[in-house]
Design a binder for this molecule. Structure first.
Ligand code: AN0
Ligand code: CP
Length: 320
């Protein structure tokens, strides 16, 4: 595997999950694979889990790691070609990317959706410039439209906790005070559609996810109905994807606190496990009692970020 953005990049998903289980059982088994190889992790946006788990994964494989926070210490980067750079941006991505590539073998990039232009975001303009101008394998650490390391960790977690062969997994929108990207729900949907689960998505009108991620998925606008009999509840806020409401792309259409996951919502499920990628806002997305309950698996879910990243970096190293 060279680049990593989509579930299809892993090939056979069953084999990837078996590999994840093997890596988790012995995470240092491949510690000579990354010797004298350097991973460069570039952050345009904040991160706690991705920043730590991806470094840990690289070290499991014996790699060296360099972390760069572009907006704190590096020159501010211009990303548009043809502009007169008379503003606050000192360097262009077209020089910065090939320079960064000189010092590493693999590049991870966190670059959130900017919500300025839907086409730019949905074409993954920034991530693709890294692919095009670095000549290195590039993996998404949450880019404009996808968060594949998260979705892979989520699927590993569901595999570990499921109590039946084909569990019912519900992705539910929940309220949040800020405009958030669609990357997490997009990737979660993409991975659930590829997995052996009964997948249902629920959200208010206007929050329809891009068809490239939810084509063929069961969408249920009544959250209570969607949650009935669920084995896993995956809560996440996202802003308007601009599918049915193009003019509202990236905006907040609802702050309906009736969608917050509380004990009453969990009561209609099949004693479901509660999942969230974190960071989560308590009282908005989920109540304290639900996230603190024995059925909340948000911490083991975060722990599996190290496993998904180890498998992904291992596969990239094997392709070098
Ligand atoms: C980001 C998002 O919703 O995409 C990162 C989640 C992993 N969340 C926030 O910015 C709060
Ligand atoms: N879930 C996740 O990617 O968290 P961070 O934004 O803290 O990396």
């Amino acid at each position: 595997m060279r680049h990593f953005q989509h579930v299809s990049d892993l090939g056979d998903l069953r084999a990837a999950l078996d590999e994840a289980r093997a890596v988790k059982a012995d995470r240092f088994r491949f510690e000579s694979l990354g010797r004298h190889r350097t991973a460069l992790l570039i952050f345009f946006n904040n991160s706690l889990r991705t920043r730590l788990s991806t470094q840990k994964a690289a070290r499991n494989l014996g790699m060296d790691v360099i972390v760069l926070d572009v907006n704190q210490g590096a020159w501010k980067l211009e990303t548009e070609r043809g502009v007169v750079m008379d503003g606050d941006k000192s360097e262009h991505l077209l020089e910065a990317v090939p320079v960064m590539a000189q010092y590493c073998d693999v590049i991870g990039v966190r670059t959130f959706a900017r919500f300025e232009n839907r086409a730019d975001d949905y074409q993954e303009k920034i991530l693709n410039q890294f692919i095009q101008y670095s000549g290195r394998p590039v993996f998404s650490m949450e880019s404009a439209t996808v968060h594949p390391l998260q979705a892979f960790a989520d699927l590993i977690t569901i595999e570990e906790y499921k109590e039946k062969a084909r569990p019912k997994v519900v992705l539910t929108w929940a309220p949040h005070p800020r405009s958030l990207p669609q990357a997490v729900p997009n990737s979660f949907a993409e991975w659930m559609m590829a997995a052996d689960v009964d997948f249902v998505v629920t959200h208010p009108e206007g929050y329809e996810l891009d068809p490239r991620f939810v084509e063929g998925a069961h969408v249920e606008y009544d959250q209570w109905k969607a949650l009935e009999g669920a084995d896993f509840v995956y809560a996440k806020n996202w802003s308007c994807p601009g599918v049915t409401r193009p003019e509202a792309y990236g905006q907040i259409l609802s702050k309906d606190m009736g969608w917050t996951i509380d004990a009453a919502h969990m009561a209609v499920t099949n004693n479901a496990y509660f999942m969230h990628c974190l960071p989560v806002r308590r009282g908005m997305i989920v109540t304290d009692d639900v996230i603190e309950s024995p059925r909340s698996i948000v911490i083991p879910e975060a722990a599996n970020r190290e496993i998904s990243a180890t498998v992904v970096l291992k596969r990239i190293l094997e392709s070098l």
